[in-house]
Design a protein around this ligand. Structure first.
Ligand code: PDD
Length: 268
């Protein structure tokens, strides 16, 4: 596979990063991740908006314009014959004289194989473990997932698929996805301390029932009729258990599965 690094297309295995890059020594960088469907990048403009915004908010100058990024992505899809795949754009903090202040970020754009959840998870739903935590600067897609990775041993030990973050009674999101519930035929998704997921946005737009975007308590989540998480690779994965509490009747719910069906139609 080919990647774009240091301003050119090179074999991915030949890409290098300096050992003092802030991404490596301070966990400072941003990224974004999207899919291709039949060689077309899905919702590319939304992902570019978010990536450009993350760069600006972290004071990392992007060395390419939006048009240039688009052209690089098209060429990368062609070079990798990427019919169905993932593309990750990473802007690492770059080398800094004082090993602290961001200077010139370093951009990598590369193709990745997609890892989808198993069919069984869509059929049975998954368990989330609630965990008291709020992601710092949650609206920016930083590369800092240190706590998320570190937490993963806790939820794995408890037989959960992932985590549901909450703080001061309010839930926000999962480690790499957004969270929704369905209650009395209406959809609710948290408004605060979240990454504004592109999948979340599309699911909200597809909904045929009222959607409320507002602070959501952990108690409301536990008492929901249905729950699900959304992300680029999971699309929509039903949540049938939170901690020891079954959600609704413990099966993926009709509103969730209808949304998943309609998202898939949007794609094809
Ligand atoms: N994760 N919240 C967080 C913290 C995320 O990291 C992600 C995406 C989402 C969902 O956003 P979207 O629908 O735009 O993918 C929400 C990506 C997939 C990752 O970690 O690779």
């Amino acid at each position: 596979p080919f990647c774009f690094a240091d301003g050119k297309f090179i074999p991915t295995q030949d890409a290098t990063i300096h050992p003092t890059d802030l991404g490596l020594i301070r966990g400072y960088g941003i990224f974004d991740f999207f899919r291709t469907v039949n060689y077309q990048p899905l919702f590319l403009e939304d992902y570019l908006d978010r990536f450009i915004n993350s760069a600006a908010k972290t004071y990392l100058p992007l060395p390419y314009s939006r048009e240039q990024l688009r052209a690089i992505i098209r060429e990368l899809i062609e070079k990798n014959d990427l019919k169905q795949g993932g593309i990750r754009m990473v802007l690492s903090g770059g080398v800094s004289e004082n090993h602290f202040s961001p200077a010139q970020g370093k951009l990598f754009i590369f193709a990745e194989d997609l890892i989808f959840p198993s069919k069984e998870k869509y059929e049975k739903g998954i368990k989330l473990l609630s965990l008291e935590h709020v992601r710092p600067i949650a609206s920016i897609k930083t590369t800092n997932y240190a706590l998320a990775v570190w937490h993963s041993h806790i939820w794995k030990e408890q037989g959960a698929e992932d985590v549901l973050y909450h703080q001061n009674k309010y839930v926000s999101e999962s480690s790499r996805s957004n969270f929704f519930i369905v209650k009395n035929g209406e959809i609710i998704t948290p408004s605060e301390n979240i990454l504004l997921g592109i999948t979340r946005k599309n699911i909200i737009n597809l909904a045929k029932v009222p959607v409320h975007i507002r602070p959501l308590t952990l108690i409301e989540a536990l008492e929901a009729d249905e729950a699900f998480i959304t992300s680029t690779t999971k699309i929509l994965l039903p949540v049938t258990q939170i901690d020891e509490q079954k959600i609704g009747n413990g099966q993926p719910g009709p509103v969730s599965m209808d949304l998943l069906d309609r998202f898939k139609k949007l794609e094809s």
